[in-house]
Design a protein around this ligand. Structure first.
Ligand SMILES: C[S@@+](CC[C@H](N)C(=O)[O-])C[C@H]1O[C@@H](n2cnc3c(N)ncnc32)[C@H](O)[C@@H]1O
Length: 394
């Protein structure tokens, strides 16, 4: 397939007015009658947010009103130092701070030629006006390159809406230095506000240098291997919550499971994807908060090593609700968590037996709840005391 240019957004007059006009026309032409018209004040909100942020270091503490942008229901959101991503089923806005907006539209607007090409409208608004952008097509992806005087933004977007796990963003400065190394855009709503951005950045930092994170043994979990080999868990579709660099997700894929790995740390997922590619296995990777995952078909198996025990401290109910959402009656969940009976003063977060029973008893039967140990880096050493929890959905 060859290159083509996107069909609107050019000119250099007063940015806001022209933007309003363009978006107005865009939505007036929409065949999607239910789509509300975008309201300029919403873009103002984002712009003033950017200004405020640079003045006060603040972050959005609630989801922007997606309906004003024609995004009926926000299904994906992330804000970090560099960009805000607001995604719906058919439309998405990527606001690269402080002044670039990229508007992606998958609806059937203005289809003339290339009707198999889903993105009809995208453009950027730099300070002072709108700029036409070039969209390059690839077989199963759309590559969008956007530049202003100081940065270059590269987006790869899926050809069809919904396949959000494959959308990536890279931001490079004028000298070619990566400001945002290529990484997934979010699926699901990531934690909001300054605290949320800090949480994500904190986990991500653990994966950003060569020294491996304390828990990252780079060997499949011995508890998981034993459960698979003894057939205590049945093969099928599996999701790994808090999958880190993907070792266990890749192991499951090699065993014949169809696997999705979910984590909040973009760098972990980037490493995971590279490892899966190298191993020649297919895993779907989703950048998402395990307490607000995107809609997914229920899985036969959930595996979690070391995510539940941390997440439950802030939002046990959210984790349990997700476990219910991603399973169906008969589905299994194998969860490895820190054990409150551990005598050592250091190690992962710990959970008491009664807390585990309190969290899961309503929706799940316990196939087992037994003491075990986490694997450690050094295979000859015993890791921290853990719980091995095998659940079956009622
Ligand atoms: C202790 S690490 C374990 C990683 C991996 N399971 C392993 O065994 O190597 C916990 C993982 O959970 C992820 N995590 C923490 N909170 C999360 C959340 N709310 N949503 C998604 N992932 C989260 C972290 O980024 C990290 O990769």
């Amino acid at each position: 397939m060859g290159n083509s240019s996107v069909d609107l957004f050019c000119g250099r007059t007063a940015g806001r007015t022209l933007l309003a006009a363009c978006l107005g026309v865009l939505f007036a032409c929409s065949a999607w009658a239910a789509a509300p018209e975008p309201v300029l004040s919403e873009l103002d909100k984002l712009t003033s947010f950017a200004t405020e942020r640079s003045e006060n270091g603040g972050y959005l503490s609630e989801l922007p009103d997606g309906a004003s942008f024609g995004i009926e229901k926000t299904i994906a959101f992330e804000e970090n130092n560099h960009f805000v991503y607001l995604g719906g089923k058919y439309r998405a806005i990527i606001y690269v701070k402080p002044s670039i907006y990229i508007y992606v539209d998958y609806t059937n607007i203005g289809v003339t030629e290339n009707s198999n090409f889903p993105i009809k409208h995208c453009g950027t608004i730099a300070d002072g006006g709108l700029q036409e952008q070039t969209v390059k097509k690839a077989d199963d992806q759309v590559v969008l390159s956007v530049e202003d005087s100081s940065r270059s933004i590269r987006l790869t977007l899926p050809k069809a809406p919904g396949a959000v796990n494959t959308a990536t963003i890279t931001i490079t400065d004028a000298e070619g230095k990566k400001l945002v190394d290529e990484r997934l855009l979010p699926s699901g709503i990531l934690p909001l506000g300054e605290g949320g951005a800090r949480l994500l950045a904190g986990w991500d930092r653990a994966y950003q240098n060569e020294r491996r994170a304390a828990w990252d043994t780079r060997r499949p979990s011995s508890n998981l291997v034993a459960a698979v080999e003894s057939e205590a868990v049945k093969k099928g579709r599996a999701v790994v919550l808090g999958c880190g660099t993907g070792t266990n997700a890749i192991y499951l894929a090699k065993q014949g499971f169809k696997v999705t790995g979910v984590d909040i740390a973009p760098t972990a997922l980037k490493i995971a994807k590279e490892k899966a590619d190298k191993a020649g296995v297919k895993v779907d990777w989703a950048l998402a908060d395990v307490t607000r995952v995107p809609a997914m078909e229920p899985f036969d198996l959930v595996f979690d090593r070391g995510c539940y025990h941390g997440v439950r401290r802030g939002n046990a109910a959210g984790y349990v609700a997700t476990l219910r959402q991603v399973t169906k009656p008969g589905s299994q969940a194998l969860i490895l968590a820190g054990n409150a009976n551990e005598a050592r003063h250091y190690g992962p977060p710990r959970v008491k037996e009664e807390e585990i029973r309190g969290d899961f008893s309503k929706d799940f039967d316990f196939t087992w709840l037994k003491e075990s140990h986490f694997d450690s880096f050094d295979e000859s050493q015993t890791g921290p005391l853990s719980w091995s929890i095998l659940l079956k959905r009622k």
